[in-house]
Design a protein around this ligand. Structure first.
Ligand SMILES: Nc1ncnc2c1ncn2[C@@H]1O[C@H](COP(=O)(O)OP(=O)(O)OP(=O)(O)O)[C@@H](O)[C@H]1O
Ligand SMILES: [Mg+2]
Length: 282
């Protein structure tokens, strides 16, 4: 680090708490990872994807993971949702050990993954049908969510009749419809144009604030991470490990104006330094 960078670091340290010191939870609520690693076994050999990770996400926290492509972010999310088993370690969600896919999470995958034969509304209603919950109770909620994300009037369209961004917005409604306690979101806004993306960021923050949901969101965008998060976990390159966890000391509620706050710009800069030699993050 050269002298100029060092002095900038010291200056920004006056505004920032550099590394998170939030109290670790007990494991009875939120999400706890203890020694969780993943090595994919394939015919061509082993692919170590995640080094052992230990961290806790508090109940009601907005927790964002940022890291370079291929560092194991989607792998992490799939393990927390129970779709994929860790190679080592243990994951607790709301105090329960994760051993199989579980119901109390809503998942937004990196691709929208809508069922092509179902229209938009019945794609959104899929978790209700799968859980055999009362349709008439949840139908108004599904319609309300579609309206919220600007898809009113598209309820009867099939996925191929929607743009990529619209499909992704429908998949966000599907993750929210059964009102899960925890939202796991894998680059949910990656396919959206910049303006819609900012609008969705504000909407998601509003939903999270009003409902107190625990959110784990993965993104490539450092500004998006800082804007949304209570804490940002920065990952190293594959096999991913924790490079740092930062508190975001910006007050809530946040508007887009928060991006002009010196605390915001300094933290974005600081996180960017972790990826100095990489171009995969914006
Ligand atoms: N089913 C699989 N079999 C073997 N290797 C896999 C499998 N899935 C992922 N990998 C490897 O594990 C690593 C992590 O993959 P993962 O999809 O978790 O990365 P990511 O951080 O989500 O990347 P991106 O930002 O590009 O979405 C990659 O290097 C990938 O090659
Ligand atoms: Mg991914």
């Amino acid at each position: 680090m050269n002298a100029a960078n060092k002095s900038a670091d010291v200056q920004s340290g006056a505004h920032l708490r550099l590394v998170s010191d939030r109290a670790a939870g007990t494991g009875a609520s939120g999400i706890t990872l203890s020694g969780v690693s993943k090595t994919y076994r394939s015919r061509d050999g082993d692919v170590p994807s995640l080094r052992p990770l230990d961290f806790h996400i508090n109940d009601g926290e907005f927790f964002v993971v940022v890291g370079p492509s291929g560092c194991g972010k989607s792998t992490l999310l799939k393990m927390i949702s129970g779709l994929l088993a860790p190679t080592t370690g243990e994951i607790l969600v709301e105090g329960e050990k994760v051993t199989k896919p579980h119901g109390n999470v809503g998942i937004v995958f990196q691709n929208a993954l809508l069922l092509p034969w179902r229209n938009v509304l019945s794609n959104v209603m899929l978790p209700i049908d799968m859980k055999k919950l009362p349709r008439d109770k949840f139908l108004p909620r599904a319609k309300e969510l579609l309206k919220l994300v600007g898809l009113e009037g598209f309820e009867r369209k099939l996925p191929w009749q929607l743009s990529g961004g619209m499909q992704q917005r429908a998949s966000i409604c599907r993750a929210l419809v059964h009102d899960p306690r925890i939202m796991l979101m894998d680059e949910p806004f990656g396919a959206l144009d910049a303006m819609t993306r900012e609008k969705m960021n504000v909407e998601l923050m509003r939903i999270q604030r009003e409902t107190g949901k625990t959110v784990l969101l993965i993104t490539h965008s450092i500004p998006e991470a800082v804007f949304l998060a209570d804490r940002v976990l920065v990952m190293t390159e594959r096999p991913g490990a924790i490079a740092a966890i930062y508190d975001v000391p910006l007050p809530r509620p946040r508007s887009l104006d928060a991006m002009a706050d010196p605390v915001f710009t300094e933290l974005v800069q600081r996180i960017r330094k972790h990826f100095f030699t990489q171009s995969s993050l914006d």
